[in-house]
Ligand binder design. Structure first.
Ligand code: FAD
Length: 292
């Protein structure tokens, strides 16, 4: 299904963007689940509305977006690819969009494993499709326990069959289909908690909390759900201080991709998310109109 604009995230940034696209006759799809705002018990600093719960605000935003024709699908996005249009892969299906707005909130926190950062680019990677090639035929690990980890693992299988899934003490939280896939492919799953990574210049081994060790040549981090930074890496979008870099029109460094809200850094508040979402929606609409 081809949409004019696909918005990833149904928090205040994504919902605000949709008002400008859907109300401007753009066929709009919003993909996303719970917003950070829904955790806020009382929001009293958002202008022009009385204090209320964050959940209430989001529910009103969802009704408002739907009233203008935006479709909202509660699915997790695993991948974005750019060809003629953008192809968005979720945990269940694929959608195509002429423009994309990333409004996925704050990028996830660092994985609590010692020395992970030290080996970034030298054994530790965050994008299988980008860097998997360097590990052709080598022994690699995928760090994760959700559908996103299996998505990355499947990408890696094109270059090597020697893959271990490390869950770092987490239970598998993924679709039955993906669990069956791991089983059918006989993928080794190591569930022990990891303490640190070790090596000289390049990653050489994983050290577990129980003191045991395992040699490995590469580790692909796909921990939890895919974040704005993962999407940025896959598309080659510029990142600055772990935030998506945007200009005053909420444009990223890739044509047709806009970003708004907490994923761009700055003042991480509802007012900022709504303001940036409005600009992103308006500019995405103009971009699509120029294509047609
Ligand atoms: C406890 C708490 C209290 C707060 N109190 C206040 C307050 O009083 N006032 C205030 O102004 N701000 C407050 N904030 C901050 C405010 O909630 C955020 O600034 C705001 O929600 C950011 O909006 P956003 O749309 O950028 O991101 P979010 O609201 O975080 O929404 C992100 C969206 O992206 C989706 N998403 C993420 N990854 C994926 C993926 N891979 N696939 C599909 N969807 C994805 C999420 O499911 C969600 O729908 C509070 C935050 C918290 C946590």
């Amino acid at each position: 299904m081809l949409y004019d604009v696909i918005i990833i995230g149904r928090g205040p940034a994504g919902l605000s963007a949709s008002l400008y696209t859907a109300r401007g006759n753009m066929k709009t799809l919003i993909l996303g689940k719970e917003s950070a705002l829904e955790k806020g018990k009382v929001i009293e600093n958002y202008c022009c509305t009385e204090a209320g719960s964050g959940k209430d605000l989001v529910e009103k935003g969802i009704d408002q977006a739907r009233s203008f024709g935006a479709e909202i699908v509660e699915e997790e996005v695993l991948d974005i690819k750019k060809d003629k249009y953008f192809t968005i892969t979720t945990d269940k299906q694929q959608f195509q969009g002429k423009a994309v707005i990333i409004a996925t909130g704050k990028a996830r926190t660092q994985v609590p494993i010692d020395h992970l950062k030290r080996f970034e680019g030298n054994g530790v990677h965050y994008c299988a499709i980008c860097d998997g090639f360097f590990y052709t035929g080598k022994k690699v690990g995928v760090l994760g326990y959700k559908d996103y980890a299996v998505h990355e693992l499947r990408d890696l299988e094109r270059t090597t069959k020697d893959i271990i899934l490390y869950t770092n003490g987490n239970e598998l939280q993924m679709s039955e289909g993906n669990k069956k896939y791991l089983q059918d492919k006989n993928i080794s799953i190591h569930t022990k908690a990891i303490k640190s990574l070790a090596g000289d210049e390049f990653l050489e081994k994983i050290i577990f909390q129980d003191g045991s060790e395992e040699t490995i040549e590469g580790l692909f981090v796909a921990y939890g759900s895919a974040s704005s930074i993962d999407f940025a890496r896959k598309l080659g979008i510029l990142i600055e201080n772990n935030n998506i870099k945007v200009d005053a029109e909420q444009k990223t460094s890739i044509e047709g991709v806009f970003a708004a809200g907490d994923c761009t850094g700055g003042l991480t508040q509802v007012a900022t998310a709504v303001g940036q979402g409005a600009i992103a929606g308006q500019k995405a609409k103009a971009y699509v109109q120029n294509l047609n």
